[in-house]
Design a protein around this ligand. Structure first.
Ligand SMILES: *[C@@H]1O[C@H](CO)[C@@H](O)[C@H](O)[C@H]1NC(C)=O
Ligand SMILES: *[C@@H]1O[C@H](CO)[C@@H](O)[C@H](O)[C@H]1NC(C)=O
Ligand SMILES: *[C@@H]1O[C@H](CO)[C@@H](O)[C@H](O)[C@H]1NC(C)=O
Ligand SMILES: *[C@@H]1O[C@H](CO)[C@@H](O)[C@H](O)[C@H]1NC(C)=O
Ligand SMILES: *[C@@H]1O[C@H](CO)[C@@H](O)[C@H](O)[C@H]1NC(C)=O
Ligand SMILES: *[C@@H]1O[C@H](CO)[C@@H](O)[C@H](O)[C@H]1NC(C)=O
Ligand SMILES: *[C@@H]1O[C@H](CO)[C@@H](O)[C@H](O)[C@H]1NC(C)=O
Ligand SMILES: *[C@@H]1O[C@H](CO)[C@@H](O)[C@H](O)[C@H]1NC(C)=O
Ligand SMILES: *[C@@H]1O[C@H](CO)[C@@H](O)[C@H](O)[C@H]1NC(C)=O
Ligand SMILES: *[C@@H]1O[C@H](CO)[C@@H](O)[C@H](O)[C@H]1NC(C)=O
Ligand SMILES: *[C@@H]1O[C@H](CO)[C@@H](O)[C@H](O)[C@H]1NC(C)=O
Ligand SMILES: *[C@@H]1O[C@H](CO)[C@@H](O)[C@H](O)[C@H]1NC(C)=O
Ligand SMILES: [Ca+2]
Length: 592
């Protein structure tokens, strides 16, 4: 007998009729608050996980003909489907809190025994339902959580302090990993009950990018049964390093006392892409080999290059560091030695005042987002911007002051950044850092990971993902040769660098590059049919080649277009592999 039969609280006759027929039922038959409430996990389940679902909170309504266009999302292809929109709240037993889950259920005839957990971005714990269609179109119930942050679900950092000086550890840990775990446990149990899967396995998946990528890793690193498969993009893990490094570009500008107009840095980037395009064997506007770009292109060559950008009325935007409208004057000039020095120092990565390496930077084809200066209309000068992602971390989580950013970068040296990283690493090692390299339990349970990262990512360095993949490889397979360890890690965890892609997105500056839009289909095939991906399926999602298919090489193999740019080869290139390794010697501990 299905577990829900024992728990139902209303008319037994009506319920039994529905339950027996769930697979043949229509959406309208089952998409009701009563039916959904009956599928909530049983009381014993809550005792075990320390959660209490509020049965009175359940809502459910059918939604028909929901449509995703071919380029509406980079994370899943076009689809039109009906779904059941279910929400309910739960609390932690003994606490008086309330966490809201939102679940999108496929229709009974489309359900394929799958559950998908999803995450957010920035300091958001979810993507405002933007990630849920990716599950439903593959026959999965897709879920997200508000982490208990309520109105702050899109900016959880607002909840990380009780008051100045007092950390709200419950909220930090919910954000760190607990909320996604609870989402998965409750969601897949609800799914099994709702669709009466009985003893049939409900495959459990994850999809997320950036902060959502960190959230995915937070599960894979902790729970053997986290997921059967996870598709994880550009994770914001190694959190203290990742957040503080957002401040580095501004500190470089302050230290060198030069504040390049954004157009000047964009001109350097454009010239870099142009110069490096062909190094991968194909002139297509995509720099598939940023390592060859770093090795062969000297940005000093851009000295004197004319640049010109029109004035902007700031029509679209408010915000910016100053909080005002982003009105900027026309920017016309020639690339200066000062701008090149700023750019090169940023590319070299953060070193402390003694010259020891603290972290690494973006690839040279990445747009200079962290370095983007702010125009001060009062002085007519460009000024360093204080990155909110980095400044918020320091202000709130290190200095324990309510608010959302540091007031300025005055007095901050490279060694200050080092010390902030060390403090954040130390204090949030078990909650936010998320770079535990031992994946033995997850691997042992048969879990799979597809990890990808745009090679022109301007917000999380691509080298961050390479470093973690290498850490896992070395920790799990210390006694194997390099090639054997690559083969061993590839059996459950594959890393793909996406040529030309930006941060969790396509890149307007390199429009002909692919994006792995069908990752969930590839992952499902790996998990359920044992088809381990070799290259990763990619699709061009903009520009003249819209819709074209391109395959993406698995690291450490690197792309090269042979036969005059017509044939993709995934090559073993020792110099390229080595170029992703950095000796972080500013700290005594290893940095995984
Ligand atoms: C699960 O069990 C219920 C009750 O015995 C039955 O009606 C239903 O068809 C079963 N579902 C599956 C997928 O076998
Ligand atoms: C749901 O929870 C109940 C009670 O702990 C358990 O018996 C059942 O196996 C769970 N189902 C799933 C799919 O997790
Ligand atoms: C959904 O779209 C299909 C095809 O356009 C149409 O036939 C159907 O009536 C629509 N259903 C609803 C409920 O709008
Ligand atoms: C889903 O349900 C929630 C809670 O009732 C509601 O706020 C939201 O508007 C619903 N969404 C859709 C698309 O029906
Ligand atoms: C729980 O919260 C509710 C409303 O937010 C309040 O009425 C109730 O007294 C609280 N219970 C406890 C035990 O704090
Ligand atoms: C950089 O290239 C893009 C096209 O990829 C163009 O729109 C932009 O104006 C260029 N910027 C500069 C400063 O030349
Ligand atoms: C670029 O030019 C600067 C200033 O002339 C010089 O110090 C630096 O060494 C040059 N960099 C490279 C990589 O050639
Ligand atoms: C930029 O350099 C060109 C020569 O290459 C020169 O003619 C022009 O005046 C310079 N423009 C500015 C704004 O300095
Ligand atoms: C907390 O700190 C912020 C920033 O330092 C300050 O503006 C605010 O007044 C303080 N709040 C209280 C309640 O002391
Ligand atoms: C490692 O594998 C690559 C092919 O992936 C091959 O080219 C290389 O020679 C191998 N290295 C060793 C030491 O066997
Ligand atoms: C690969 O991507 C193409 C579009 O580029 C798509 O048509 C195809 O279904 C995808 N294959 C898989 C296995 O998802
Ligand atoms: C190589 O490809 C370019 C276009 O990318 C074409 O113009 C050129 O003729 C080709 N060369 C040969 C030898 O086919
Ligand atoms: Ca190219």
């Amino acid at each position: 007998m299905a577990p829900l039969l024992a728990r139902k609280t209303w008319s037994a006759g009506a319920f039994l009729a529905l339950a027996a027929a769930v697979r043949g039922a229509s959406l309208d038959d089952v998409c009701t608050p009563e039916y959904a409430a009956a599928a909530l996990p049983p009381t014993g389940f809550y005792d075990y996980v320390g959660l209490t679902v509020n049965a009175d909170s359940v809502t459910a309504n059918p939604v028909t003909n929901y449509t995703v266009g071919p380029t509406d999302s980079v994370f899943f292809p076009a689809a039109t489907f009906d779904y059941c929109n279910v929400t309910f709240t739960y609390s932690h037993t003994g606490r008086n809190d309330s966490v809201l889950l939102t679940l999108w259920l496929p229709t009974p005839d489309e359900f394929q025994n799958r559950w998908l957990s999803t995450g957010g971005g920035g300091y958001a714990i979810n993507s405002g339902t933007g990630s849920l269609p990716g599950g439903v179109q593959y026959g999965a119930v897709a879920g997200q959580t508000d982490g208990g942050f309520g109105v702050d679900q899109s900016n959880a950092i607002d909840t990380f302090l009780v008051e100045n000086g007092t950390v709200d550890w419950q909220d930090v840990y919910m954000f760190g990993y607990q909320a996604i775990r609870e989402l998965t446990l409750l969601g897949r149990n609800f799914t099994a009950n709702f669709f009466e899967t009985n003893d049939t396995k409900v495959y459990t998946y994850y999809q997320g990018c950036s902060e959502g990528g960190r959230e995915g890793w937070s599960q894979v690193q902790r729970f053997s049964d986290a997921f059967d498969g996870a598709a994880i993009g550009a994770p914001a893990f190694r959190f203290a390093f990742q957040q503080v490094q957002h401040l580095y570009s501004g500190v470089v500008e302050k230290t060198l006392d030069y504040y390049p107009p954004p157009c000047e840095l964009e001109a350097i980037m454009n010239a870099t892409i142009l110069a490096c395009d062909g190094l991968d064997g194909r002139l297509d506007g995509v720099v598939a080999r940023t390592d060859l770009c770093t090795a062969n292109f000297n940005i000093n060559a851009t000295l004197g290059l004319p640049y010109s950008c029109a004035a902007s009325s700031g029509g679209g935007g408010f915000g910016g560091a100053g909080g005002g409208a982003t009105t900027t004057p026309a920017q016309v000039g020639n690339v200066t030695a000062e701008a090149i020095a700023v750019a090169q120092t940023i590319l070299d990565g953060l070193h402390d005042d003694e010259g020891n390496r603290v972290y690494f930077s973006y690839t040279p084809t990445s747009s200079w987002d962290d370095a983007e200066t702010t125009y001060n209309a009062d002085t007519g000068e460009w000024e360093a911007t204080v990155s909110g992602l980095g400044g918020g971390f320091v202000h709130v989580l290190l200095q324990l002051q309510e608010g959302d950013n540091l007031a300025s970068l005055d007095g901050i040296t490279y060694s200050t950044l080092r010390d902030w990283i060390y403090q954040g690493w130390n204090e949030y090692q078990d909650s936010l850092m998320t770079n535990w390299p031992d994946l033995t339990p997850y691997k042992g349970a048969g879990g799979k990971v597809i990890h990808f990262h745009g090679e022109s990512d301007f917000s999380i360095p691509a080298a961050s993902s390479v470093r973690y993949w290498n850490s896992v490889r070395e920790v799990l397979f210390p006694h194997l040769s390099y090639n054997d360890s690559v083969s061993a890690i590839n059996d459950f965890y594959k890393l793909y660098l996406i040529p030309g892609a930006g941060h969790c997105d396509t890149n307007a500056y390199e429009p002909n590059g692919p994006f792995p839009q069908t990752n969930l289909a590839v992952l499902i095939d790996w998990v359920e049919n044992g088809v381990q991906p070799v290259t990763l399926n990619g699709t061009v999602l903009q520009g003249d080649n819209l819709g074209a298919n391109q395959q993406i090489c698995a690291f450490p193999l690197r792309p090269y277009w042979a036969n005059n740019g017509t044939t993709l080869q995934c090559q073993y290139d020792q110099a390229s592999i080595d170029s992703w390794n950095y000796d972080i010697d500013a700290f005594a501990l290893p940095v995984y």
